[in-house]
Write a protein that binds this ligand. Structure first.
Ligand SMILES: Nc1ncnc2c1ncn2[C@@H]1O[C@H](COP(=O)(O)OP(=O)(O)OP(=O)(O)O)[C@@H](O)[C@H]1O
Ligand SMILES: [Mg+2]
Length: 241
């Protein structure tokens, strides 16, 4: 469903993503782990067609991200921390609605979907607030809803629960589990080991742009003789700075 083959991105002489190859299946939640600057966001941005790879390829549902960006965009929902993509002057409702329109959704379908998402993410109280006046967590929830209004098959989520309180974090995690059951393909990055442990079928650890290891948490813990994901992670990426 999501295939990376030798995916590489260089910014000048910095190799942000170095020859990444892996596949994420339908119905799978795949976690991208790595220190600050490891190349997670850059990888997700290339998959979301927002950045052109320097070399290598990536395909989503069979469509190449460089050759068929529009086909890819139609099938993908992406969320990037930091830049929410919301228009501050529009209300939360209007922001989500606008994105639905951009995706050629029928007005009735948009309304129904917003109601559904507002219910799932407990957003009813601030649907009519302007995006510029939201708290950080509210903004994150609104961005999430906006990203998935068109019910995409593939979710690319860069630290989706960052900045959320415990309740909101659980709402997002429960939502991702439901999406997995529905057969969606989910690739997300996170710095929260407990979340990764709870949600991911498989993880990839990247360090300085390169894949260090990949597998299910259990497999990797066994292989490296570590007790916790945090120890595993530090063993794989720590101490080599
Ligand atoms: N637009 C850009 N121009 C130049 N260098 C960039 C650009 N974007 C990212 N980089 C560099 O690419 C490398 C990877 O950055 P990236 O943002 O992908 O890391 P990350 O794993 O998402 O880190 P974090 O956990 O801090 O979000 C870093 O060295 C960063 O400085
Ligand atoms: Mg990042």
């Amino acid at each position: 469903m999501l295939e990376l083959n030798g995916l590489t991105k260089r910014f000048g002489n910095v190799t942000a993503v170095d020859n990444l190859t892996f596949t994420v299946q339908k119905g799978e939640i795949f976690g991208l782990l790595g220190e600050n600057g490891a190349g997670k966001t850059t990888t997700l941005r290339m998959l979301a067609t927002m950045l052109k790879p320097t070399s290598g390829t990536a395909r989503l549902a069979g469509f190449d991200v460089v050759r068929s960006p529009e086909e890819v965009r139609r099938r993908v929902g992406f969320l990037f921390g930091g830049e929410s993509g919301l228009y501050d002057r529009l209300t939360v409702y209007e922001n989500i609605q606008y994105f639905g329109e951009l995706n050629d959704m029928h007005p009735r379908e948009i309304k129904k979907r917003i109601e559904e998402l507002a219910d799932i993410f407990d957003m009813k109280d601030f649907l009519n607030k302007r995006a510029g006046k939201l708290s950080k967590g509210m903004r994150q929830k609104a961005s999430f809803a906006r990203a998935i209004i068109h019910n995409p098959d593939v979710l690319l989520l860069d630290e989706p629960t960052s900045g959320l309180d415990v309740g909101a974090m659980r709402e997002v995690q429960a939502f991702l589990k439901v999406q997995k059951e529905k057969g969606k393909t989910i690739l997300f990055s996170s710095h929260t080991m407990s979340e990764v442990e709870k949600l991911c079928d498989r993880i990839a650890v990247i360090h300085k742009g390169s894949l260090v290891d990949m597998g299910s948490t259990d497999e990797l813990l066994k292989k490296h003789g570590t007790q916790t994901l945090e120890d595993l992670f530090m063993g794989l990426v720590g101490g080599s700075k």
